[in-house]
Design a protein around this ligand. Structure first.
Ligand code: MLT
Length: 198
């Protein structure tokens, strides 16, 4: 996978997954705002939809190509494992953060693999796979943000996602905004507070 890695003298790593049309650089600034001392790994989605990078194919907006989603989920897991095994730095604290399409593949990743990270932040996510038996989350700490005015994500999606993860024993902080699909300043402030308590 194509990525951008910024190494800092710290045992903390934030992995960043962009939304549709973004790239490996899109969320680096947000990562820096959250923790200026953490190393950052921005990853680019493998799929190209009419020139826009994504982490998996979709049939139409809001309807995912599950075959692509599942195969890209396993590829992302292998990439992260491979990346970490090649580094001399051993990270104690890994937080993964995704926005929109990036949040959706993170949802699939933790649905399939359960607890993998110190913290998981999903900004404006949807339910990645419906009727899925979600793996045990072992109190994995998850931040979910959603907006009551999101034109892309129906608010029921965010609620169902939260319910599915709570049923699998995740430790969730769910925050609601009125901003729309964009990441708001208020959301960044809440995200930073959540991160600092991990
Ligand atoms: C998706 O396709 O993952 C969602 O619709 C969000 C997005 O468009 O990125």
């Amino acid at each position: 996978m194509i990525y951008k890695y910024i190494e800092k003298a710290s045992d903390k790593l934030i992995v960043l997954l962009h939304g549709t049309g973004g790239n490996e650089l899109s969320l680096l600034e947000l990562g820096q705002i959250i923790d200026q001392n953490a190393s950052l790994l921005g990853i680019r989605g493998n799929v190209n939809e009419k020139g826009m990078n994504r982490f998996f194919k979709r049939i139409k907006p809001g309807l995912f190509d599950l075959e692509s989603l599942i195969s890209e989920t396993h590829k992302l897991k292998s990439f992260i494992n491979q990346f970490l095994s090649e580094k001399t730095v051993k990270y104690d604290d890994i937080v993964i953060l995704g926005y929109s399409n990036g949040a959706n593949i993170i949802g699939s990743l933790i649905f399939h693999y359960g607890k993998m990270f110190k913290g998981v932040a999903m900004l404006h996510p949807m339910v990645p796979i419906k009727n899925f038996l979600v793996c045990e989350q072992n109190s994995q700490k998850i931040f979910i943000s959603a907006s009551i005015n999101d034109p892309i994500v129906d608010l029921k999606e965010a609620i169902t996602l939260e319910e599915m993860l709570v049923a699998a024993n995740a430790d969730i902080l769910m925050k609601w905004y009125s901003s729309g699909h964009e990441i708001s300043n208020e959301e960044i402030t809440d995200l930073k507070k959540w991160y600092n308590k991990l």
